[in-house]
Ligand binder design. Structure first.
Ligand SMILES: *Cc1c(COP(=O)(O)O)cnc(C)c1O
Length: 480
């Protein structure tokens, strides 16, 4: 493809994306395809002709779009919304167009320096102390996911706890890791990948009201393990759990960790970005005492997947764990010690220029624009929670947190029906196609999660959601 051909076709693709975004509300939120639908449609197609993109966008319309769940749809309330704002799409396009690989500072200095600069700038805006910035001896890096950020932090902790022997010896089988039953499953996955296995995991009790980790239970678990000859290495605390948005009390947990020399990681994948707003910053109280902190710009902060922001106070533990320098990757800049090579801060070697899309977002919205975006959703969630409280067919399954409202449906016919009802209400609401919600379980009981956070989601969409929920509850025989 010549640059001139790219110019022509590129304009068509940009137009296609603009049309898609303009018309999003016309689609059913959730994909309608049955398993195997696309595979069989493709098998029935003539072989791709080669040598052109004629009909490519038509095929996307015909074959791909019907089998999508439209994550940018204003009626998307499932999981946590993953905003791919249009400024971030343009930043991502630039990154793809440049096609640079930023594994080392020297392989594209701008890729490293923009990333480092943006993380140094954003950390303090989120309420992280100066110890997480380059100038303060810490540093930030963009990871592909909160899962990777957790894994990187875990291996840094293993490295530190072993005094570096981990490189050679691997894990000893005595290491232990602490979380709660509300912690995201990626913590267990990280334990598996790091070779610790589930026998290393300790599930610490939570407070029955807040569902936050109970610090005294953590202290007791660590003491028991130490007495047993175990080596406590890592605590994963969460600010804003995926299920119900619970917040682990960082101040007290950090004290326990400091006493025992245990690495404290904070997984704030969804809620961490709320630190931009001073009024939400109490959620991060105690963050000055943690060792690493991760939040996803690709959830609530309008930046297209993938863009997880990870900060640590101990960059040398991360690079100590992950640096391997074969001859072909050595150069004078790296050897000088004056630059950062981000390949040493992540599992893969190669890395995309992700900072460009984050830069585009910061420039387009500004910090005040981002704050307004976050506040709008918290306000909408408050309105929805008020409606839930006032209606006999619904109850709040947990206190609302930021943009997350978890609810149950009341049958008036006892516990068994109360557990069955939200499942059928959820199915009915999602089948309707106007909105999309997902579920979680709390103490074994099913609940409906409404995660408000889409850029296009407005008050009218909350009205639609509420009407759909009420109609479904009525049709399923909930308390009127
Ligand atoms: C979404 C989420 C994750 C997983 O995020 P990825 O970036 O997809 O790995 C982890 N932890 C929490 C609390 C989350 O909400």
């Amino acid at each position: 493809m010549t640059p001139e051909e790219f110019r022509q076709l590129g304009h068509q693709v940009v137009d296609w994306i603009a049309d898609y975004r303009e018309n999003l509300h016309r689609y059913p939120v959730r994909g309608q395809a049955q398993p195997g639908w696309l595979a069989s449609a493709l098998a029935a197609e003539p072989p791709a002709p080669g040598g052109g993109l004629d009909g490519f966008l038509d095929d996307v319309d015909r074959l791909v779009v019907p089998a999508l769940t439209h994550w940018q749809h204003p009626g998307f309330f499932g999981y946590f919304p993953s905003n791919a704002s249009l400024p971030s799409v343009l930043g991502d396009l630039l990154s793809a167009g440049l096609g640079v690989q930023g594994m080392l500072w020297s392989t594209s200095p701008a890729a490293t320096e923009l990333e480092q600069h943006l993380l140094d700038l954003l950390g303090p805006e989120l309420g992280l102390p100066p110890t997480f910035t380059t100038a303060g001896g810490g540093g930030g890096v963009i990871q592909d996911s909160a899962s990777s950020a957790l894994l990187v932090s875990l291996v840094a902790a293993l490295h530190r706890a072993s005094g570096g022997r981990w490189h050679h010896d691997g894990v000893t089988g005595r290491e232990t890791v602490y979380r709660t039953d509300q912690t995201h499953s990626c913590a267990s996955k990280a334990c598996r990948v790091a070779g610790l296995g589930s026998s290393a995991e300790r599930v610490v009790a939570v407070d029955p009201v807040t569902r936050g980790m109970c610090p005294s239970a953590l202290a007791e678990a660590i003491r028991d393990d130490v007495a047993d000859g175990r080596v406590p290495v890592f605590v994963c605390a969460t600010v804003g759990t995926t299920g119900v948005g619970a917040v682990d009390p960082l101040v007290e947990i950090a004290e326990v960790c400091a006493e025992h020399g245990v690495w404290l990681h904070v997984d704030a994948a969804w809620a961490g970005v709320a630190g931009l707003c001073p009024e939400f910053r109490p959620l991060l109280a105690g963050v000055e005492g943690v060792d690493s902190f991760a939040t996803n710009a690709h959830k609530w902060l309008l930046t297209a997947l993938d863009c997880t922001l990870l900060w640590t106070r101990w960059p040398e533990a991360v690079t100590g764990a992950l640096t391997i320098s074969p001859e072909f990757l050595r150069d004078a800049a790296s050897d000088s010690g004056l630059v950062r090579d981000y390949r040493d801060w992540q599992v893969p070697l190669g890395r995309r220029f992700r900072a460009l899309k984050l830069w585009a977002v910061l420039r387009w919205y500004g910090l005040d624009g981002l704050r307004a975006h976050l506040r709008r959703h918290v306000r909408l969630a408050g309105d929805l929670a008020d409606r839930v409280r006032a209606h006999p067919a619904f109850t709040l399954a947990a206190p609302p947190v930021l943009g997350l409202v978890c609810l149950r449906v009341v049958s008036g016919r006892g516990a068994e029906d109360d557990d069955r009802l939200p499942r059928s209400v959820l199915r009915r609401v999602n089948d309707g196609g106007r909105v999309f919600v997902t579920h979680a379980a709390l103490e074994g009981r099913y609940l409906i999660r409404v995660a408000i956070g889409g850029e296009l989601t407005e008050e009218a969409d909350i009205d639609t959601l509420w009407a759909e929920l009420r109609a479904a509850a009525e049709a399923e025989g909930a308390l009127a």
